[in-house]
Design a protein. Structure first.
Length: 124
């Protein structure tokens, strides 16, 4: 499965990539902001999961989610938002924009695994 990780923090991208690798997901692309994330999606329409931060320069995660959902090629692409924005209003805003699941930073590898399984419909 090809997964795109979009986060302006290289440390957070590395943490997510390492966690995904331990879960068996080796085909991981990354981008440092929403605009570059969109470029990655355009270049790799076979991406099967998007994991994005909310607060980023250029194009934030919410803008990226809305852009992805507005494109019929990606309207069913599973999206998980990983962010420090943990308020109820932010969660509702993200869900309305089209994210499938939401993780508040900091998080454990177990949380990422559970959210991935929930979105993919798989359980171990």
């Amino acid at each position: 499965m090809k997964i795109l990780v979009v986060d302006d923090s290289s440390t957070m991208r590395r943490i997510i990539k390492n966690t995904l690798a331990r879960l068996g997901y080796k085909d991981v692309l990354e981008a440092e902001d929403g605009a570059k994330g969109w470029e990655q999606l355009e270049a790799n329409p076979d991406v099967e999961m998007l994991i994005t931060d909310w607060n980023m320069p250029e194009m934030n995660g919410l803008e990226l989610v809305k852009k992805v959902r507005a494109d019929e090629r990606f309207e069913d692409l599973p999206i998980i938002m990983v962010t420090t924005e943990g308020g109820k209003a932010e969660v509702i805003t993200a869900l309305k924009a089209g994210v499938n699941n939401y993780i508040v930073k900091p998080f454990t590898p177990q949380v990422l695994k559970e959210k991935l399984q929930a979105v993919m419909g798989t359980v171990e």
